[in-house]
Design a protein around this ligand. Structure first.
Ligand code: AMP
Length: 403
């Protein structure tokens, strides 16, 4: 890598999509952002915004056959802005990889052995890891000379102690099939817990934070002195909080019941719990804006869905307060956490005895900046801290290749 190579391309590759951001790490500015959707269909769409040039969003529609074609199309867009993938200024490509198992505790430069290990983890992340691998292989074929770094969603959670990570099931069976709690959204939990410490003017090593990542997928984590000690997602992202379309915690016997009594197949149960449950299953909407609008109109189903969502959230705040012993801050992040003031207010309501409170006027402020929303007297800081997973991936990637 040359001293002038300061750019990092971040790729987040899904089964039919490719999200990307190009950043300059000298000052962490975003040069371009974009998304290719519906890869493999006739109606693929590429939207690209060249932020460096102050440019307008450009959208192109038309068939993009596979991830290789998608990345080439992205490359062409970047070249048109003078930011081409062949530029000597490009230092590395950072890839989001969902499942790193127990082996990957840090961002890792990708080689054949790393690819094999990510492949070996496909049975525990059947939806995500194959898509991530496709993205990596495509990018390596295009720029074989460039360091490519995998940043794992699970890595931040590998510090969880055994008593938090293990399910109470037969140890031999669990170990044979690598069944344990891995946790996800780790890049976000790492970034937000660090930013929360910064907001408090403290070293991350000094503070205990509960991070509530509330997006369409949602997870909570307990972070003690910068290290994750518990998180709500488990073997897969299905466990924990009520989410947009996932049930979160459920008695596992519900699955036997659905098969034995309702005659559902394994796949049908999988789809029910992952895609047709959570908020959408409860009230038919998974967008919190729409749910709030319906509640304002007196819709009882929407109100009950909201209450169930908040009840689970409160239980995790309580549980993680107990796990941490002392809580310095509760940080809300992601689409719902950053934008839905009623969710933040309801999640903390009634927890004054635990030192938690929200100031109504601070909570109503809309801003893209990290901010405190608790009143001065509150013992525990309540914060809104916008997450930035791409920046975190870029920073981890750049730190590794420029070391
Ligand atoms: P994410 O997965 O982090 O992109 O979050 C997406 C979710 O954030 C959406 O499904 C909405 O439920 C929620 N969201 C986004 N903007 C708002 C808003 N202004 N108010 C309430 N919820 C929002």
């Amino acid at each position: 890598m040359t001293a002038t190579a300061t750019r990092v391309l971040v790729l987040n590759s899904g089964s039919s999509s490719l999200k990307y951001q190009l950043l300059d790490m000298t000052d962490a500015t975003r040069l371009a952002v974009g998304l290719v959707e519906r890869i493999g269909e006739e109606t693929s769409r590429l939207s690209h915004t060249p932020l460096a040039a102050g440019g307008e969003k450009r959208e192109t529609e038309g068939p993009i056959a596979d991830h290789e074609a998608a990345l080439k199309a992205v490359g062409a867009e970047l070249t048109a802005d003078g930011l081409g993938l062949d530029s000597p200024k490009l230092a590395a490509i950072g890839h989001r990889v969902v499942h790193g198992g127990l082996k990957f505790t840090e961002p890792t430069v990708i080689d054949e052995a790393v690819l094999k290990e990510i492949e070996r983890l496909v049975p525990v992340a059947p939806l995500h890891n194959p898509a991530n691998l496709t993205g990596i292989r495509t990018a390596r074929a295009l720029r074989p000379d460039l360091p490519q770094v995998a940043v794992f969603d699970t890595a931040f959670h590998t510090t969880m102690p055994e008593h938090a990570a293990r399910y109470a099931i037969d140890v031999a069976t669990a170990d044979a099939h690598r069944i344990r709690r891995y946790g996800f959204h780790g890049t976000s939990h790492a970034y937000v817990s660090r930013k929360t410490a910064e907001l408090l003017g403290k070293d991350p090593a000094e503070v205990n934070v509960i991070v509530l990542h509330l997006g369409n997928g949602a997870s909570a984590s307990a972070v003690a002195g910068g290290r994750c000690v518990d998180t709500s997602m488990g073997l897969t992202p299905l466990e924990g909080l009520v989410m947009g379309t996932r049930s979160g915690d459920i008695d596992p016997a519900v699955t036997f019941h659905l098969k034995r009594v309702a005659g559902m197949s394994e796949d049908e149960v999988d789809v029910l719990l992952n895609k047709k449950s959570g908020l959408i299953g409860l009230c038919g909407d998974n967008d919190m804006r729409e749910i709030r609008r319906r509640i304002d109109e007196g819709d009882e189903r929407a109100a009950l869905a909201f209450d169930i969502y908040i009840h689970r959230l409160k239980k995790y705040i309580g549980a993680y307060s107990a796990v941490l012993g002392r809580v310095d801050a509760v940080a809300f992040t992601a689409g719902v956490g950053e934008n839905a003031a009623p969710v933040r207010e309801a999640a903390v309501a009634g927890l004054e005895e635990m030192g938690l409170a929200v100031d109504a006027s601070l909570n109503a402020v809309r801003s893209g900046e990290p901010r405190l929303i608790s009143p001065e007297y509150a013992r525990v800081a309540v914060a809104v801290v916008p997450t930035d997973e791409e920046l975190e991936i870029a920073q981890q990637t750049y730190a590794l290749v420029s070391a």
